[in-house]
Design a protein around this ligand. Structure first.
Ligand SMILES: [Zn+2]
Length: 254
């Protein structure tokens, strides 16, 4: 089988990918609190897995994933939806009760790094650059969207996979059922459900830094429960994401 990890390719192999006009995939996520039960690189490992599967199926090269992500301070409305008073100063998922802080990069620096990386990939000779984003922050999606818009004529495009798994019916959420299942499928060593209390104790958003779209209707606790996660569900979500990405890319590469 052809190599798909860019860092392992010798120049001749890189040139073949470029000659065949295959894409180079750039997985980007975050290094972010994902509950007490999951590795903080979740978003990035997720994006990398989707990229590797795409390259296996339709060809291309996968650049080593960038463990960088950006976030903004929450609005009063979003804080209230999570059970806070609305006056707290909270960035992304860095809730006051979390034991460890996330690595959120300043927006300008994030933009510069990704933009330069895209340019360098073009400089290497790739005519198609696909950013696969695994972090669901609005600010991140906006900045990556801007970069792709600016570089569009040169063949750059963005797929935010977090948007795709919303379509699977398990709810987007953060570190809940969907992401925990995906992690079990991608990197089982990075999940430890024992770190969560046993069911049926509710997992309050504020206490665990886990979120879904429930809000006040659910009593501010997680409905799409990570303790129900399974590798099988994770595989199904990944299959769905890869299929959707494939159809977007095949259309784009036509
Ligand atoms: Zn995540």
């Amino acid at each position: 089988m052809d190599k798909i990890r860019l860092e392992e390719m010798v120049p001749e192999e890189l040139l073949r990918v470029q000659r065949e006009k295959k894409a180079v995939f750039l997985p980007i996520g975050s290094m972010e609190w994902h509950g007490p039960h999951m590795g903080m690189g979740m978003d990035t490992m997720h994006a990398e897995r989707v990229a590797l599967r795409l390259a296996e199926e339709i060809g291309g090269a996968v650049f080593p994933p960038l463990y960088i992500g950006t976030e903004t301070e929450r609005t009063e409305e979003s804080l209230k939806r999570l059970g806070f008073s609305g006056h707290e100063k909270i960035k992304g998922m860095d809730f006051p009760a979390n034991a460890v802080k996330s690595c959120y990069w300043p927006a300008k620096l994030f933009y510069r790094i990704v933009k330069e990386q895209v340019r360098m990939l073009r400089g290497m000779g790739f005519s198609r650059i696909v950013i696969l984003n695994g972090h669901a922050s609005a600010a991140q999606k906006e900045l990556l969207g801007r970069i792709c818009e600016e570089e569009k004529a040169e063949g750059a495009m963005l797929i935010s996979i977090t948007v795709l798994f919303q379509e699977c019916g398990v709810g987007l959420g953060h570190a809940g059922l969907a992401e925990t299942s995906i992690m079990q499928a991608v990197r089982p060593d990075a999940v430890d459900l024992e770190k969560l209390p046993p069911k049926p104790e509710p997992l309050y958003y504020k206490d665990y830094g886990i979120a879904d779209s429930g809000g006040s209707e659910s009593g501010f606790f997680v409905r799409h429960d990570p303790r129900d996660a399974s590798e099988e569900l994770g595989e199904n979500i990944l299959d769905y994401e890869v299929k959707r990405c494939r159809s977007i890319l095949e259309e784009w590469m036509r």
